[in-house]
Design a protein around this ligand. Structure first.
Ligand code: LMR
Length: 312
């Protein structure tokens, strides 16, 4: 299996590293526009192979997409990260042009590849990649739900003093502060979370999750990378190993949850064909209202993209 990761910054390099040391692909190609940057990071990852014992061949290229030809999966991490005080949506004017041109190059050399978008604003960059690629919606998706759910699970594990492995949860909606963590679908070793934690503590964790990316931007002066890069690699693994994992993934909705045409995080089955099934939960009235509010927020940014010169 050949996987390309576009963007050799923190997120892309972390993703490539996880793909290599966990031997998720035989071949990983890292691409960046900055001369020598991807080559250097890929060489560093390759030189780690005798220490961490893996044989995934990792190479880097400067903007030469011919080297990415016939990739099975492509992860797009290109674009600017946030600085303190910025929302993800503030990145649209820079990142839309980048994601569009990266997608054109990817499709030219790997017309069959499944595309995973990580660039922000996530839901709208997934929209951008999808319309540019002209591929079926099942093959162009965004990574956010695994990351947001991981933050929610990690906060709960810390509060309850249990292993994060035993927290199962689902989170829906856009990758912004309107995201919808779902306590009703959260369990601790099979026990409903509401039986383990006081309501005010759970509400505080839900709020912290919604601002999880921003909390890190404030601490580090730039966006996170370990969890985002690992989350993207987990999606690649589900696809290349045909694992049929159930993850929240950003995809264009076509009538599910009564929503058509908006790109939102929903639980799906992920396997060798990409999104193999969208799972429709029986949301209650409150949960549905939150999802609709999230849809509205994403729609507004999709409209911004529609009116940008990049789409003229
Ligand atoms: C994240 O949630 O960590 C990413 O979307 C990056 C960011 O700026 O928050």
């Amino acid at each position: 299996m050949k996987v390309t990761v576009v963007g050799a910054g923190n997120v892309g390099a972390t993703c490539a590293d996880v793909l290599a040391y966990r031997e998720i692909a035989n071949e990983v190609v890292l691409v960046d526009i900055k001369e020598g940057f991807a080559e250097g990071k890929a060489l560093d990852i390759w030189q780690k192979s005798p220490i961490n014992l893996y044989d995934t061949r990792t190479t880097g290229v400067t903007n030469d997409y011919s080297k990415t030809a016939n990739s099975d999966v492509v992860v797009i991490t290109s674009g600017l990260p946030r600085k303190p005080g910025m929302t993800r949506d503030d990145l649209i004017s820079t990142n839309a042009g980048i994601v569009k041109s990266v997608t054109e190059n990817i499709v030219k050399y790997s017309p069959e590849a499944i595309i995973i978008v990580v660039s922000n604003p996530l839901d709208v960059m997934t929209y951008c990649a999808h319309i540019t690629s002209k591929m079926p919606r099942t093959k162009v998706m965004g990574m956010a739900g695994i990351l947001d759910t991981a933050r929610y699970r990690a906060f709960l594990a810390e509060e309850l003093n249990v292993s994060p492995k035993d927290i199962q949860a689902v989170l829906m909606g856009g990758h912004g502060d309107t995201m919808v963590p779902l306590p009703r679908y959260t369990t601790v070793g099979g026990i409903p979370v509401t039986e383990m934690i006081a309501e005010d503590k759970l509400n505080a964790i839900v709020e912290r999750t919604k601002n999880g990316g921003g909390e890190l931007v404030k601490l580090m002066g730039t966006s996170a990378w370990y969890a985002p890069g690992s989350a993207a690699a987990q999606m690649v693994e589900a696809i290349v190993r045909d694992q049929k994992r159930v993850f929240p993934v950003c995809i264009k909705l076509e009538g599910e949850y009564g929503i058509t045409g908006t790109y939102l995080g929903v639980p799906v089955v992920l396997g060798k064909n990409g999104v193999e099934k969208v799972i429709e939960l029986q949301l209650n009235e409150d949960e549905m209202a939150l999802l609709k509010a999230s849809e509205k927020a994403v729609r507004e940014v999709m409209d911004v993209l529609d009116n940008m010169p990049v789409n003229a």
